[in-house]
Write a protein that binds this ligand. Structure first.
Ligand code: ADP
Ligand code: MG
Length: 555
């Protein structure tokens, strides 16, 4: 075990859980975890107030997993979450954290899917139920004893649940559980309605609040970029093209992410290395020395591993994963702007982390303006600018040292000076794309985040909520088409693009924006000849599944 796992070990968690945490690469508890885990382990009721992205799932999942009895094949823990997506996320987290605990089973119960398999899973002896309130009430109507063995209840994102109108369902669920249970409530805000629930259904709850202290950050220019989580690596690569950095530190949350990003950067030719808690102390010092003297330009680090780094060369901090709280944000960006120099800090924000961004702005008292991903033209301009900068100091001296050689080569090859200079450029730039068409071809498509904010809409037929993003404005002469395949089916923009190019016989330019979502994707196609095109794509399969592209009706 590495020294950092000590952070979790000291909290009194079960050794099997500590082993699972080492496997997922968490190095130390986030603030809400450090505070909530001991309280929940001791069996208290609790109210935890913290923003999205602060690590609340593990804050309740880890202690509750430590408390259940895997040998009892009956429901012991109930987690209520506002939406199907969140319920699935929580269920997946429980599965991850209980990997080393044989006999522990989790069932997710949510609307929009048949009840039969959920019921079967419940009867197979799952100890942990993760549910949306609406569907759970449906199950309770069929089996009123369903929750009679529950010993621990968690209301996750309680304020969201109330906003979505689940109050009555919650009352039904509370009544169906033993009064002796432990109840834990998490919420970003504590409006009156939540306090009323706590008053009525919690027993002497302990309050935990991750307080945000005001911090100052001067001389650091801050910006954020909205991005979907699966596009972060592409986004970082593109940002690096245009940012003029000397040395840069990129922060991520897990050890695995340090390795993944560092190798993606190395593959693109950057001098990059990972820094995480698994790396021995002397090796870490070597990494930092290399960053100091320029043998490395980029270090991808977790918070723990980056502690105390003081390297004046660092001009940029990329917050690739959100920090847990504003304090650690301030701490991270303080790695740049050292010794009175100016620094630049960039924060990648996924749609569900918007609120954390607002908290950071409030606490630091500064606006963190939005930047967009550079487009291919900007990437190209930046490349040419760098090329120009690298050649300019050479021209004066190189003519003296290499001018005669140039004359000879022109004579020997029998070409024009322009042709020879072009050949030398090509060689010197190692085949890097330096015209617009090539840069466009080379840049991976990065689907945008819908503006201005995600909407949660009620799909009344199913009584469930789904996350929807407003589609981007449509290009002229194009229509949007939809397929029910998305990231969930292992689809990326390039698969979709490839299939349409190959089987539809279209030119690349004919295809507009592609937006890949979890459960569906949208692609812009020319309105002219659309029916013929859709006919050609009738039987097309992508990632082994039927594409079934259809014209999408905008609403
Ligand atoms: P919240 O419920 O507060 O919005 P989550 O529980 O969904 O936050 O956690 C957000 C992300 O942080 C997840 O990807 C999770 O895996 C990661 N995470 C949580 N705790 C830790 C930790 N101690 N170390 C590293 N990553 C963590
Ligand atoms: Mg959560």
């Amino acid at each position: 075990m590495t020294q950092e796992s000590g952070g979790f070990a000291a909290l009194g968690l079960h050794s099997n859980i500590l082993a699972a945490l080492t496997a997922v690469g968490y190095e130390e508890p986030s603030p809400i975890q450090a505070q909530a885990i001991p309280v929940i382990l001791e069996g208290h009721d609790m109210i935890g107030q913290a923003q999205t992205g602060t690590g609340k799932t593990a804050a309740f999942a880890l202690p509750l997993l430590s408390k259940i009895d895997p040998s009892k094949r009956e429901p012991q823990v109930l987690i209520l979450a506002p939406t199907r997506e969140l319920a699935l996320q929580v269920a997946t987290a429980f599965e991850t954290y209980s990997k080393q605990m044989p006999g522990v089973n989790v069932v997710a119960v949510y609307g929009g899917a048949p009840m039969g398999p959920q019921l079967k899973a419940l009867r197979m002896g799952a100890q942990i139920i993760v549910a949306t309130p609406g569907r759970l009430v449906d199950h309770l109507r069929r089996d009123e004893k369903l929750l009679s063995t529950i010993q621990h209840l968690v209301l996750d994102e309680a304020d969201e649940m109330l906003k979505l109108g689940f109050m009555d369902d919650l009352e039904v669920i509370f009544e169906a559980m033993p009064e002796s249970r432990q109840s834990v409530l998490f919420s970003a805000t504590l409006p009156h309605s939540i306090r009323a629930i706590a008053e009525k259904h919690l027993r002497e709850p302990k309050h935990i609040k991750i307080a945000a202290k005001t911090q100052t950050v001067s001389r650091i220019e801050q910006a954020h970029l909205m991005i979907h989580a699966d596009q972060k690596v592409n986004a970082v690569l593109r940002l690096l093209e245009v940012e003029e950095f000397d040395a840069l530190i990129a922060f991520v949350r897990t050890k695995q992410a340090t390795l993944d990003l560092a190798s993606a950067l190395e593959a693109k030719g950057y001098k990059a290395a990972a820094l995480n808690g698994d790396i021995a102390q002397n090796q870490r010092e070597r990494v930092i020395d290399s960053l100091k003297d320029g043998r490395l330009d980029i270090v991808v680090a977790t918070d723990v591993a980056a502690r105390g780094i003081d390297v004046p060369r660092i001009t940029h901090v990329f917050n690739v994963d959100m920090p847990y709280d504003p304090e650690s944000y301030v701490h991270r960006i303080g790695r740049t702007g050292r010794a009175g120099r100016d620094g630049r800090a960039l924060l990648l924000v996924t749609p569900r982390e918007r609120r954390m961004l607002q908290v950071i702005e409030r606490v630091t008292g500064q606006k963190v303006g939005e930047v967009k991903l550079p487009n291919p033209q900007q990437v190209l301009d930046a490349r040419i600018k760098r090329l120009t900068a690298s050649l300019t100091p050479l021209v004066s001296e190189a003519e003296a040292s290499h001018g005669d050689l140039l004359d000879r080569l022109i004579a020997d090859i029998g070409c024009s000076p322009r042709a020879l200079a072009a050949a030398l450029l090509k060689k010197a730039t190692n085949g890097q794309a330096l015209d617009l068409a090539s840069v466009e071809r080379e840049q991976p498509l990065v689907p945008g985040v819908g503006a201005p904010r995600e909407r949660r809409e009620r799909d009344t037929a199913r009584g469930e909520y789904r996350e929807r993003r407003a589609p981007l404005p449509l290009g002229e002469g194009r229509v949007r088409c939809r397929t029910a395949l998305g990231t969930r089916d292992g689809i990326a923009a390039k698969n979709l693009l490839g299939a349409i190019l190959n089987e539809g016989g279209l030119a690349r330019e004919a295809i507009g924006r592609i937006q890949i979502r979890e459960t569906f994707s949208l692609v812009e196609l020319p309105e002219e000849g659309l029916d013929r095109l859709l006919g050609k794509l009738k039987d097309t399969r992508v990632a082994g599944k039927a594409l079934k592209l259809r014209r999408y009706r905008e609403d």
